[in-house]
Design a protein around this ligand. Structure first.
Ligand code: GLN
Length: 309
């Protein structure tokens, strides 16, 4: 049996000299203010044990990691019909790229790039006022994490609303192709608020535990999705969760995972554990630089890669 706490401690000690590496996202003014010299890592095993190191209790902006929870919600609402609106292939392009939308009739490549996530937000918004939909998202994530203290950082949401020109472009472009049903401002209201969810590594690892445990959270007994759906969400994270860095992440880490420009990465070792790491400095493609290194160390030392140990 691996001593997980010892593994986490050794990763933290070895990475200590590198904490602060990478560049914080500065295209969202509120995120540009974050101190890059922070690092947290949490692992929650399917038998309900929690292991943490560093700044694992500090809430951060989960940004695109929210796309996993939104996909789960949207699949719950419309089932496999969702795939008429969004594809399931890696894009090979940046997270905020628009180029494939014109070539592919307004259908985004996958639910984890911005265009795809905006289409998913449109699905979640159906039948609601934007404020209600945002409330539903927050309630769902609190339910998953079993923690009522999870919040949305309104300053971050506002900051993105004021500067998210590319996201407005993506949403308008898709609306022109009739792949957005609601007013663009409403859809992006939902999207910017989901991105502004503020959670710690511990909360995030707990919230995502159902994906490591055949769709049900063993700590709460909540059944969230079927085993098949959990497996499929994991497949999408593996192939598309890190944008144009997805192949590289699979090569080095070998776990389904989803990154966000707040510097968080959520990852799943199916049948074993859910993992959240946070280090705000990003690499070239907008994924946490040290977060990926830490996960590579963790997968290497535990033998958890889905491709074999
Ligand atoms: N809110 C961010 C954006 O839309 C999310 C991007 C990300 O985390 N990669 O640009």
């Amino acid at each position: 049996m691996t001593d997980l706490q010892a593994v986490l401690d050794s990763i933290h000690t070895e990475l200590q000299p590198r904490i602060g590496e990478g560049k914080v996202a500065d295209y969202i003014p509120e995120l540009a203010k974050i101190d890059p010299a922070q690092f947290g890592l949490s692992v929650v095993t399917v038998d309900g044990k929690v292991y943490s190191v560093g700044d694992a209790a500090v809430p951060f902006s989960i940004q695109s990691i929210s796309k996993v929870f939104m996909l789960t919600l949207a699949l719950g609402k419309v089932g496999e019909g969702l795939w008429k609106r969004v594809g399931r292939e890696p894009s090979g392009n940046a997270f905020n790229s628009i180029v494939q939308l014109e070539q592919e009739a307004g259908i985004p490549r996958n639910p984890f790039i911005n265009a795809g996530a905006i289409a998913v937000a449109d699905v979640v918004l159906a039948g609601h006022e934007p404020r209600e939909a945002i409330g539903e998202v927050l309630r769902f994530v609190r339910y998953l994490a079993d923690d009522e203290t999870v919040t949305i950082d309104d300053k971050v949401a506002r900051s993105e609303t004021q500067t998210g020109y590319r996201n407005f472009a993506l949403a308008n472009f898709m609306r022109a192709y009739k792949n957005i049903d609601h007013p663009v401002e409403h859809v992006l209201g939902v999207y910017f608020h989901q991105c502004a969810l503020s959670m710690s590594c511990e909360q995030l690892a707990r919230a995502g535990l159902f994906l490591a445990a055949r769709g049900a959270n063993p700590m709460t007994g909540h059944s969230v999705v079927s085993p098949k759906r959990a497996r499929r969400i994991n497949a999408l994270m593996l192939t598309c969760g890190h944008y144009d860095g997805s192949g590289d992440f699979a090569y080095h880490v070998g776990l389904p995972g989803k990154s966000g420009v707040g510097g968080g990465i959520f990852a799943v070792a199916p049948g074993i554990a859910s993992i959240a790491v946070w280090s705000p400095g990003l690499n070239r493609v907008g994924n946490s630089q040290l977060g990926a290194v830490a996960l590579e160390m963790l997968a290497g030392r535990t033998g958890w890669s889905v491709f074999g140990d």
